[in-house]
Design a protein around this ligand. Structure first.
Ligand SMILES: Cc1cc2nc3c(=O)[nH]c(=O)nc-3n(C[C@H](O)[C@H](O)[C@H](O)COP(=O)(O)O)c2cc1C
Length: 182
């Protein structure tokens, strides 16, 4: 697929078919992710693939409670207090990109890997969505414990992956603010 087609066609997918994603497809997404650039070529990313729905259900519940313990915008609260709201939308897989090293650019590095992964997913007919609702909880000792992550790792990008149930609606973009200097 042409890269511009992938960039403009990719959407956050929030409704998934029950169909599992094959291990080889998940490995191909991770291979795309590791081709991202990284500061000083440190490649600090690690990938934790979670397909156990019981674990994802538990993290969803705990992440919602964790977020509700601090003030949240009303539109977030409305979702977080809804017992039926599943932060991972029952997707068949979560790929959590975490940094295994410290450094000034680990978040940028992992975010670039995440975008590669999401574009590669779109190119093979898979849907994806970055789940920011999981981030804060996954960075707690309890969150890391849920996935058996080393304490020093920094979870950055929780990306759900699965086959979309339906084509997501287009999402508009604002006109870019551009300043030309020279
Ligand atoms: C850092 C980040 C965090 C996000 N967190 C969530 C989330 O917790 N739940 C969700 O449904 N979508 C989440 N999204 C998806 C955005 O809402 C989505 O990308 C945005 O609305 C634009 O839509 P598009 O991806 O279809 O272009 C997140 C996206 C990013 C980049």
């Amino acid at each position: 697929m042409n890269v511009n087609v992938a960039i403009t066609g990719r959407r956050a997918v929030r409704e998934y078919a029950a169909q599992a994603v094959e291990e080889k497809s998940l490995r191909a997404l991770i291979d795309a992710a590791v081709h991202a650039p990284s500061a000083a070529n440190e490649q600090p990313w690690t990938f934790t693939v979670v397909r156990d729905q019981g674990v994802l259900d538990r993290i969803s519940r705990k992440a919602k409670s964790h977020m509700l313990a601090t003030p949240q915008p009303e539109h977030f609260r409305a979702h977080l207090i809804d017992p039926d709201f599943h932060i991972f939308y029952h997707a068949p897989a979560l790929i959590l990109i975490s940094a295994s090293a410290q450094g000034p650019w680990i978040v940028e590095d992992c975010a670039l890997a995440a975008e590669n992964l999401m574009l590669a997913a779109y190119a093979v007919g898979l849907g994806s969505c970055w789940i920011g609702f999981a981030q804060s909880f996954l960075n707690t000792p309890d969150g890391k414990n849920e996935l058996d992550l080393p304490a020093a790792w920094v979870p950055v990008a929780p990306i759900i992956v699965g086959y979309p149930k339906a084509a997501p609606y287009p999402v508009s973009r604002n006109e870019p603010e551009i300043r030309w200097v020279g």
